[in-house]
Design a protein around this ligand. Structure first.
Ligand code: TYD
Length: 388
C-alpha cells in the first residue's frame, strides 16, 4: 500500500537548463513523494516520462568532478583485486568514468543518453544506447550469457520499474555473480532534511531495508553495504545471486535505519514538517540578504527542487556560477536564474554563496580559500538553513 507524505509542488525537469526562447514550452509536473508500506520503498508518486529527462541533451558529466573520478578509480581497483571479474556490465555508464578503468574486451555499457553513449562507444567500449528494459536484458542474455559483475552507480534510483530491473539483473548474473549498486541514501536524506534529493530523475530514494526486501522478492541476497560520502551520502550495496551471510557492517547499517524509524510512517510525516520549516527559513534568510551579493554555487539538479519549492528566482539569487560548459549561458529550470561560467575571481563581487552543490562542501571549501579568507560565507539548507 502506497502512502503519500510530501508535496514539493510544481517542478520542471531538474537538469533541463534552458535558453530564454525555450521558456514558453517548459515542461512542469507535480512533485510529490510516497512510501510503499509493504516494502518501504520511497518513490515519486508520479513519474516523469524517461525521454523527458534522459536524452541527447543530458548534461551531467560524471568525469567533470575530481571527487567522482577518484571515487570510481578506487572502487574499480577494489573490484579487480577482490573479484577479478571476466565480464562486467555497467548500467548507466554516463561518460565512462567507471568503465574506463577496465579493459574494453571485458565490458558492456548501457546508457540511454546518446551524447554519453557516443563517448564510450568512440573510446572502443561496447555500448547499448538504450534504457535498461526487459527487452534489453533478454538481448544481453542472448549475446553474453551472463556477467560476473553488474555495476550501477546513481542509476538504479532513476529506473522507474525497479522490479523488472531486478528481475533482469538476476537473469544476467552468473551464480557466483555480484550486483553492486550505489545510490543516494534515504536515511541521510531524512536525517539531514535533504529534500532536494527528490526530483524527477530520482524515481526512488532507497533505504537498505527497501532494497533488501526487493532483492528477496527476486531470490537475490543483500549481503554487504557501505556508506559513501558522494552525492550527499550514498549507500554502496552488494547483492549476490547465491545466499551469503550478512556482513557486520551491513547489520549495523540496517539497525541504524530501524533505529531512525525508516519503517514507521510517522518518520515521514515529521520529515515533511521539517521540509516546510526549511522552506520558510531559507526564504527569510535570502530576503534578509537581498542586495548583499548572494550567488548560487553549483547549478545542480538538486537545487532545482529547492528554487522551485521555495520560490527562489533572480530577485533573491541574481545568478549561479557553475563549471559545466553545457549549463553556462542558460537559465535554471523553472525559476530562470542565469547560470554563468565559474571564474577564478568570482568571489570578488560576492559576499555569500548558496551551496547548490552542498554535496561537494569539502572539495569546494578547499578550492575557495580566497573567498573564505576575504570574509565570504557559504549558505546551506543541509541539515538546517544556516550560514557556514
Ligand atoms: P551534482 O553533484 O551532480 O548534483 P546533481 O546530481 O544534483 O546535479 O552536480 C554538481 C554541479 O555543481 C555541477 O553542475 C558542477 C557544479 N560544481 C561547480 O560548479 N563547482 C564545483 O566546485 C563543484 C564541486 C561542482
Amino acid at each position: 500500500m502506497k502512502e503519500h507524505f510530501l508535496n514539493l509542488g510544481k517542478q520542471p525537469i531538474a537538469n533541463k537548463f534552458l535558453y530564454e526562447y525555450e521558456i514558453e514550452n517548459e515542461y512542469f509536473y507535480n512533485l510529490s513523494v510516497c512510501i510503499n508500506l509493504d516494502n518501504f520503498l520511497v518513490s515519486l508518486c508520479n513519474f516523469v516520462p524517461p525521454e523527458q529527462m534522459f536524452n541527447n541533451e543530458y548534461v551531467y558529466h560524471s568525469s567533470n568532478s575530481i571527487t567522482m573520478k577518484k571515487h570510481f578509480a578506487d572502487i574499480s581497483k577494489e573490484i579487480k583485486a577482490k573479484i577479478n571479474p571476466k565480464r562486467i556490465l555497467e548500467i548507466g555508464s554516463n561518460d565512462g568514468v567507471f568503465i574506463k578503468n577496465f579493459d574494453k574486451n571485458q565490458t558492456v555499457c548501457v546508457e540511454p543518453c546518446g551524447n554519453f553513449a557516443k563517448i564510450t562507444e568512440e573510446a572502443g567500449y561496447t555500448t547499448y544506447n538504450e534504457f535498461a528494459t526487459p527487452t534489453l536484458f533478454s538481448k544481453l542474455k542472448d549475446s553474453y550469457g551472463g556477467f560476473d559483475i553488474i555495476f550501477s552507480a546513481n542509476c538504479m534510483c532513476h529506473i522507474q520499474n525497479i522490479y523488472s530491473t531486478f528481475e533482469g539483473i538476476c537473469s544476467l548474473l552468473w551464480n557466483d555473480g555480484i550486483f553492486i549498486m550505489e545510490d543516494p541514501s534515504l536515511l541521510h536524506t531524512l536525517q539531514n532534511n535533504a529534500y532536494d534529493q527528490f526530483y524527477d530523475e530520482h524515481a526512488h530514494i532507497f533505504s537498505l531495508i527497501a532494497i533488501s526486501n526487493i532483492a528477496k522478492q527476486f531470490d537475490l541476497c543483500v549481503y554487504d553495504a557501505e556508506k559513501l560520502t558522494v552525492h550527499g551520502a550514498s549507500n554502496r550495496i552488494y547483492i549476490s545471486k547465491t545466499y551469503k551471510n550478512k556482513t557486520e557492517r551491513l547489520q549495523k547499517l540496517l539497525q541504524e535505519e530501524l533505529n531512525f524509524g525508516i519503517t514507521y510512517f510517522e518518520t515521514y510525516r515529521k520529515f515533511a514538517k521539517n521540509v516546510e520549516k526549511s522552506r520558510i527559513q531559507l526564504q527569510e534568510l535570502l530576503k534578509t540578504l537581498k542586495g548583499e551579493h548572494v550567488v548560487g554555487y553549483g547549478a545542480t539538479s538538486k537545487s532545482t527542487t529547492i528554487y522551485n519549492y521555495c520560490g527562489i528566482g533572480p530577485d533573491l539569487l541574481p545568478y549561479i556560477i557553475d563549471t559545466t560548459p553545457d549549463k553556462q549561458g542558460k537559465l535554471s529550470p523553472g525559476t530562470h536564474i542565469p547560470v554563468i561560467k565559474y571564474e577564478e575571481n568570482w568571489w570578488k563581487n560576492n559576499k555569500y554563496a548558496f551551496l547548490g552543490a552542498w554535496n561537494y562542501l569539502d572539495e569546494i571549501k578547499n578550492k575557495e580559500g580566497t573567498f573564505i579568507n576575504n570574509g565570504g560565507k557559504f549558505i546551506t539548507h543541509v541539515p538546517t538553513v544556516q550560514i557556514i
